[in-house]
Design a protein around this ligand. Structure first.
Ligand SMILES: NC(=O)c1ccc[n+]([C@@H]2O[C@H](COP(=O)([O-])OP(=O)(O)OC[C@H]3O[C@@H](n4cnc5c(N)ncnc54)[C@H](OP(=O)(O)O)[C@@H]3O)[C@@H](O)[C@H]2O)c1
Length: 304
């Protein structure tokens, strides 16, 4: 196995307990990085990091962040929900410690698109973090890693994007033929490690788009049918209606309305999720693509 370039050796993963953080740690270790984990002192999640990972606890004050950032060459934020609003403090801590590269928590649609936060209001703190990083890029480099739909995460949520695997039901939106990028949780971890293995000037201060596959909603349902056998019961609706339902839920205080808005950003052809047409980085990062039916087969096996 080749070692990473000397520019980046020590990497801090922030929100390291989460879905993307766990995959990042696994693949960074496999790529020979020296990995540290940052979690909230108040975190209630059980922590099971490999023994070679140094764990830092923080309350996100500058004083409690400083020891974690000391000696790091890169920091990868995988924060979610309200944690996204903490990222400017993290950028400041990274700059103070002389960190070279910061990956903010992205891992979704292309937030460089001007409509990104209109499509999914929850993304506004991500956009603001990137604007902050751009304003500081004379002091620290950044890479916005976009990976489209988190494919196996979405399958885990019955009804997400109209697809209910346990019930074998699918609501197809706008005909289901719009192409979008989707990436497995494993591939996101591989992509994080692959970005950090690049010479800094290759990935600095830009959005990097990766995926596992380019697909349509109809192709996902067809692949589920092939792997599971039989057919899904189908109904049909529009992306406009999907977004209306999402906003109604949010207005009623139901945060899960965000799921409809996320799915609509994949199915709506808004120019935020089809990375093949925008320019995929898989080739430059040495990342293969994955086989849709194979991934679904593995996901089903993993749930038995
Ligand atoms: N494109 C998609 O379909 C898709 C799907 C899922 C996620 N994502 C994106 O991927 C990124 C990571 O998501 P994830 O699902 O891996 O996240 P997650 O597992 O839900 O959470 C990651 C970590 O965020 C921290 N966190 C949550 N709320 C916080 C708060 N209020 N203050 C401080 N820390 C907080 C927690 O860290 P502690 O250990 O400190 O508690 C948690 O372990 C996010 O940017 C998310 O939007 C994209």
């Amino acid at each position: 196995m080749t070692s990473p370039p000397t520019e980046i050796k020590n990497v801090l993963v922030i929100g390291a307990n989460g879905i993307v953080g766990t995959s990042a740690i696994k693949h960074l270790l496999a790529s020979n990085f020296q990995v540290s984990a940052l979690i909230r002192a108040s975190s209630t999640k059980p922590t099971t990091f490999p023994p070679e990972v140094q764990v830092f606890k923080t309350d996100y004050t500058p004083a409690s962040l400083a020891p974690a950032f000391q000696t790091q060459h890169a920091a990868v934020s995988t924060l979610s929900f309200d944690g996204l609003k903490l990222q400017k403090v993290l950028v400041d801590a990274a700059i103070a410690a002389g960190v070279k590269l910061f990956l903010p928590s992205e891992f979704g649609i292309d937030t460089s698109h001007p409509d990104a936060a209109k499509l999914i209001p929850f993304l506004q703190p991500k956009v603001e973090t990137l604007e902050y990083l751009e304003s500081k890029q004379d002091q620290i480099a950044w890479t916005g890693l976009a990976s489209g739909s988190l494919f196996d995460w979405s399958l885990e949520i019955p009804g997400f994007g109209g697809i209910d695997v346990p019930e074998r039901k699918a609501t197809i939106y706008d005909g289901g033929d719009v192409t979008y990028s989707a990436t497995t949780i494993e591939q996101v971890g591989r992509a994080i490690a692959a970005v950090l293995k690049q010479p800094l000037d290759v990935v600095a201060n830009r959005h990097v788009l990766v995926n596992s596959f380019t697909l349509t909603q109809k192709e996902v349902v067809a692949a589920l049918e092939t792997v599971m056998g039989g057919t899904f019961e189908k109904s049909y609706d529009t992306v406009v209606n999907l977004r209306k339902v999402g906003f109604e839920k949010l207005e009623g205080g139901n945060f899960r309305g965000m799921l409809e808005l996320i799915a609509s950003s994949f199915y709506g052809g808004f120019g935020v999720a089809d990375f093949e047409s925008k320019g995929l980085w898989n080739g430059r990062l040495g990342l293969g693509q994955e086989d849709l039916e194979g991934v679904i087969r593995g996901w089903i096996e993993g749930r038995k």
